[in-house]
Design a protein around this ligand. Structure first.
Ligand code: HEC
Length: 134
Protein backbone atom coordinates (compact mmCIF):
# COMPACT_ATOMS: atom_id res chain seq x y z
CA UNK A 1 0.00 0.00 0.00
CA UNK A 2 2.70 2.43 1.08
CA UNK A 3 4.73 1.41 -1.94
CA UNK A 4 1.90 2.19 -4.35
CA UNK A 5 1.27 5.56 -2.68
CA UNK A 6 4.94 6.47 -3.07
CA UNK A 7 4.91 5.37 -6.73
CA UNK A 8 1.81 7.51 -7.35
CA UNK A 9 3.47 10.47 -5.60
CA UNK A 10 6.64 10.08 -7.69
CA UNK A 11 4.62 9.95 -10.90
CA UNK A 12 2.70 13.07 -9.86
CA UNK A 13 5.90 14.98 -9.05
CA UNK A 14 7.58 13.84 -12.28
CA UNK A 15 4.65 15.03 -14.38
CA UNK A 16 4.38 18.38 -12.56
CA UNK A 17 8.05 19.15 -13.26
CA UNK A 18 7.40 19.04 -17.01
CA UNK A 19 4.18 21.03 -16.68
CA UNK A 20 4.16 24.00 -19.04
CA UNK A 21 1.86 26.92 -18.27
CA UNK A 22 -0.65 27.85 -20.97
CA UNK A 23 -0.16 31.16 -22.82
CA UNK A 24 -3.18 32.56 -20.99
CA UNK A 25 -1.69 31.64 -17.61
CA UNK A 26 1.62 33.24 -18.57
CA UNK A 27 -0.27 36.33 -19.70
CA UNK A 28 -2.02 36.50 -16.33
CA UNK A 29 1.23 35.95 -14.46
CA UNK A 30 3.59 38.19 -16.40
CA UNK A 31 1.55 40.77 -18.29
CA UNK A 32 -1.58 41.49 -16.29
CA UNK A 33 0.35 43.29 -13.55
CA UNK A 34 0.27 46.28 -15.90
CA UNK A 35 -2.21 45.39 -18.68
CA UNK A 36 -5.66 44.34 -17.48
CA UNK A 37 -6.59 40.64 -17.38
CA UNK A 38 -8.94 41.34 -20.32
CA UNK A 39 -6.09 42.96 -22.30
CA UNK A 40 -7.47 46.46 -21.90
CA UNK A 41 -4.94 49.15 -20.98
CA UNK A 42 -4.65 51.39 -17.97
CA UNK A 43 -4.60 54.98 -19.21
CA UNK A 44 -2.60 57.10 -19.53
CA UNK A 45 0.55 54.92 -19.60
CA UNK A 46 -0.41 51.34 -20.43
CA UNK A 47 -1.97 50.91 -23.90
CA UNK A 48 -4.73 48.42 -24.70
CA UNK A 49 -3.74 45.09 -26.26
CA UNK A 50 -7.25 44.62 -27.70
CA UNK A 51 -7.86 45.20 -31.45
CA UNK A 52 -5.05 47.73 -31.95
CA UNK A 53 -2.31 45.10 -32.28
CA UNK A 54 -4.21 43.40 -35.11
CA UNK A 55 -4.00 46.66 -37.05
CA UNK A 56 -0.24 46.79 -36.40
CA UNK A 57 0.12 43.38 -38.07
CA UNK A 58 -0.52 44.99 -41.46
CA UNK A 59 2.99 46.56 -41.22
CA UNK A 60 5.79 43.92 -41.26
CA UNK A 61 8.23 45.79 -38.98
CA UNK A 62 5.61 46.08 -36.24
CA UNK A 63 5.86 42.30 -35.65
CA UNK A 64 9.26 42.88 -34.05
CA UNK A 65 7.93 45.92 -32.18
CA UNK A 66 5.48 43.77 -30.18
CA UNK A 67 8.38 41.63 -28.95
CA UNK A 68 10.88 44.45 -28.41
CA UNK A 69 8.56 46.35 -26.03
CA UNK A 70 10.33 46.27 -22.63
CA UNK A 71 7.36 44.73 -20.71
CA UNK A 72 7.21 41.84 -23.21
CA UNK A 73 10.89 41.24 -23.98
CA UNK A 74 11.97 41.36 -20.34
CA UNK A 75 9.25 39.08 -18.95
CA UNK A 76 10.84 36.16 -17.02
CA UNK A 77 9.69 33.51 -19.53
CA UNK A 78 11.68 31.78 -22.28
CA UNK A 79 11.49 32.62 -25.99
CA UNK A 80 9.06 29.80 -26.70
CA UNK A 81 6.67 30.95 -23.97
CA UNK A 82 6.91 34.57 -25.10
CA UNK A 83 6.14 33.51 -28.70
CA UNK A 84 3.05 31.67 -27.44
CA UNK A 85 1.90 34.59 -25.25
CA UNK A 86 2.17 37.13 -28.06
CA UNK A 87 0.45 34.82 -30.57
CA UNK A 88 -2.26 34.23 -27.97
CA UNK A 89 -2.73 37.97 -27.45
CA UNK A 90 -2.95 38.44 -31.23
CA UNK A 91 -5.34 35.60 -31.96
CA UNK A 92 -7.54 35.85 -28.87
CA UNK A 93 -7.69 39.60 -28.30
CA UNK A 94 -7.24 40.93 -31.83
CA UNK A 95 -9.04 38.42 -34.05
CA UNK A 96 -11.36 41.08 -35.52
CA UNK A 97 -8.54 43.31 -36.77
CA UNK A 98 -5.84 40.85 -37.90
CA UNK A 99 -5.12 41.02 -41.65
CA UNK A 100 -6.44 38.04 -43.66
CA UNK A 101 -2.92 36.89 -44.54
CA UNK A 102 -1.73 37.04 -40.91
CA UNK A 103 1.03 34.53 -40.06
CA UNK A 104 1.76 33.70 -36.42
CA UNK A 105 5.04 34.95 -34.96
CA UNK A 106 7.76 32.29 -35.16
CA UNK A 107 10.18 31.29 -32.40
CA UNK A 108 13.08 32.46 -34.61
CA UNK A 109 11.76 35.97 -35.12
CA UNK A 110 10.85 36.36 -31.43
CA UNK A 111 14.34 35.21 -30.31
CA UNK A 112 15.96 37.64 -32.74
CA UNK A 113 13.76 40.64 -31.89
CA UNK A 114 14.04 40.03 -28.17
CA UNK A 115 17.80 40.70 -28.25
CA UNK A 116 17.08 44.25 -29.27
CA UNK A 117 14.87 45.87 -26.59
CA UNK A 118 13.30 49.16 -27.65
CA UNK A 119 14.76 52.18 -25.91
CA UNK A 120 11.92 54.44 -27.03
CA UNK A 121 8.67 52.48 -27.61
CA UNK A 122 6.60 55.64 -27.63
CA UNK A 123 8.38 56.92 -30.75
CA UNK A 124 7.37 53.73 -32.64
CA UNK A 125 3.78 53.90 -31.46
CA UNK A 126 3.40 57.55 -32.49
CA UNK A 127 4.96 56.92 -35.92
CA UNK A 128 2.81 53.82 -36.52
CA UNK A 129 -0.48 55.56 -35.69
CA UNK A 130 0.52 58.61 -37.74
CA UNK A 131 1.22 56.41 -40.83
CA UNK A 132 -1.85 54.23 -40.17
CA UNK A 133 -4.27 57.12 -39.96
CA UNK A 134 -2.83 59.00 -43.01
C1 HEC B 1 5.72 46.72 -15.82
C2 HEC B 1 4.48 46.89 -16.56
C3 HEC B 1 4.27 46.04 -17.80
C4 HEC B 1 4.31 44.67 -17.90
C5 HEC B 1 4.62 43.66 -16.80
C6 HEC B 1 4.00 44.37 -19.28
N1 HEC B 1 3.76 45.51 -19.99
FE1 HEC B 1 3.27 45.65 -21.95
N2 HEC B 1 3.36 47.66 -21.84
C7 HEC B 1 3.58 48.40 -20.70
C8 HEC B 1 3.69 49.82 -21.03
C9 HEC B 1 3.92 50.97 -20.04
C10 HEC B 1 3.54 49.89 -22.42
C11 HEC B 1 3.63 51.17 -23.29
C12 HEC B 1 4.99 51.22 -23.96
C13 HEC B 1 6.10 51.37 -22.99
O1 HEC B 1 6.17 52.42 -22.32
O2 HEC B 1 6.87 50.39 -22.82
C14 HEC B 1 3.32 48.53 -22.89
C15 HEC B 1 3.12 48.20 -24.21
C16 HEC B 1 2.95 46.92 -24.68
C17 HEC B 1 2.73 46.59 -26.07
C18 HEC B 1 2.62 47.57 -27.23
C19 HEC B 1 1.19 48.05 -27.36
C20 HEC B 1 1.02 49.26 -28.26
O3 HEC B 1 -0.13 49.57 -28.59
O4 HEC B 1 1.98 49.91 -28.63
C21 HEC B 1 2.65 45.23 -26.14
C22 HEC B 1 2.42 44.37 -27.39
C23 HEC B 1 2.81 44.73 -24.80
N3 HEC B 1 2.99 45.78 -23.94
C24 HEC B 1 2.76 43.40 -24.47
C25 HEC B 1 3.06 42.92 -23.20
C26 HEC B 1 3.13 41.50 -22.90
C27 HEC B 1 2.86 40.37 -23.89
C28 HEC B 1 3.48 41.41 -21.58
C29 HEC B 1 3.74 40.16 -20.77
C30 HEC B 1 4.68 39.20 -21.31
C31 HEC B 1 3.63 42.77 -21.07
N4 HEC B 1 3.36 43.65 -22.09
C32 HEC B 1 3.97 43.08 -19.78
C33 HEC B 1 3.71 47.89 -19.42
C34 HEC B 1 3.90 46.56 -19.12
Amino acid sequence: MLKSISIALCLFLASSSVYAASPRTNYLLYCSGCHRTTGEGKPPNVPTLVDELGKMMSVPEMRGYLVRIPGASQAPINDEELTEVINWVLEELNEDTLPNDFQKLTLGEVSEARKNVLADPLKYRIQFWKDYED
